[in-house]
Write a new protein. Sequence first.
Length: 597
Amino acid sequence: MRVTRERQILNGVSGSFRNGQLSAIMGPSGAGKSSLLNAISGFRRDGVTGCIKMKRDNACYITQDDHHQTLLTVEELMNLSCDLKLKQRHRKAEVLTEILENLNLNHRRNVTAEKLSGGERKRLSIALELVDNPNIFFLDEPTSGLDEVTAAQCIRLLRGMAREGRTIVCTIHQPSATIYNCFDSIYVLAKGHCVYQGSPRATIPFLRLAQLDCPRNYSPSDYIIELVDAEDGHLVPALSELTENGKLIYVASQADIVNPHLESQQAVTTLFVEQPKRPLLPTIFAGSAVSTDGTLMNGASALLEQMKAFSRRMHNGRRDISGVRQFVVLIRIMMLRIMRARLALTIQLFHHLLCGLFFGMIFFQLGNQGARMFDHLKFCIGAVLMIVYTQVMVPILSYPAEVKVVKKETFNRWYTLTPYYMALTISRLPLQVLLNITFMMVTYWMSGLPDQIWRFGIFVAVGLMISLVAEGMGLAIGATFSITNGSVVGPMMIAPLMGLAVYGFDFAPQITGAMNLLMKFSYVRVGVVAMILAVFGFQREDLDCDDIYCHFSDPRVLLKFLDVEKVSLMHQFGILAMLMLFFRILMYISLRKRCYA
């Protein structure tokens, strides 16, 4: 098996992890522990080759960092897991209580996940996955960040779960002697090779085969890691050869004599070396009772039987929970999280209200002044830019953290991506409407625009449409990049869009067709044009004029000067709708790539 990107991390390793055992993948930093765990669990598929025998639809993966839905209590998270995993709702309370009591979390039911200690968060991660009772657990560094006592308690908990008939595999860097002896099986990696596989008791006798004596004051785990982590790494090939790169399993007899032998390869999880992938058709019809007498009838019957078997396998692999129920559960949780984030809500509401007041004071009662044409343009451009920048940056800074939660939960079959995506899109709409109405209502009435409810409605609709496009762009960036990279990519993408938004208003009729086409791709430019049409279009009456002559007192003259007098507002809405759809699809593709790659 290999995980290949810039370098080969794993080099043809083999091995097996057995049912009812707690197994540990050990090794120095950079040995390939997490890469191996990601590969055999399916958490990482890109660049992985080889053959893995396991039932993945009955496995779960618990990441090193305990990512949970924020602002939810332990009980609410458990209810969420039960609602998404249990088809029989009447058993929810019973299952929830039993799991929390067994993991000593029952007294923390009403505590939010972010307020739990490190050990409690790790137990919560396990509790959330125990709801549908998976047979196989993969854990990446379950003791990371825990003190020695808490780490030992965590490992003993995992060993007890393994004794109940589960296969549990975890990575661990350098365990203490106490924790080391809690494992049933140890798999040691170094420089992408397996240098030991077997029971902890067999470690010292195994090293003696390589003429290496573990000092009495050393823990075997410390000693073997120290050996393989030497600068030249000259012992790695020799130790890897003794294990045949993971094909041999060493166990200690009662006389503490090493008996190296090749174990039967019928464990729940077994790795084979570099086997080529089969084509789709032979895989589906493997073992087919294809006619041997050459008759069409027997051949057709065999094909039909194989198709029925394939259909049954596909049906058994489907989720019992419908997509509609997943959507209902997720949108309820998302709305709850939005309402719980009171500080964030207050800050955003205050921000939009304050910006509205500032705009209102800057353009106070200028909306009907025929001599202030450039001020009117500044008003429309400024309002659009405020909406765009705010709605783009908020998802860029907040959404990458949620992507990690989504990746974990979709991988562990809590829900599929489509119901989540629909719930996310709809749950954010009420807040978008509230914030934009707040900003635009204050701005509209303070600036002295016409007291026409229908025009105000169009003004708000334009702002909301721009907001939805900008939010889609922010979500697409947040789903694709980390917070650090997204904070660079976001402004970098907004800058040219803003440049196109303000380009050529003073010589609009002379703009070439190619440039006009390019400006259609800037939703900021489209939004500015739509805002101008909402403010000055629809046969608006002449503006007031305090000077001797006001050239732009007739709004139609202004629209003609800007070369938008023949532009339809519905056409602008159509362009904004297409751009919104484009960014939403891009966000979905990026999210799918992050979750299923």
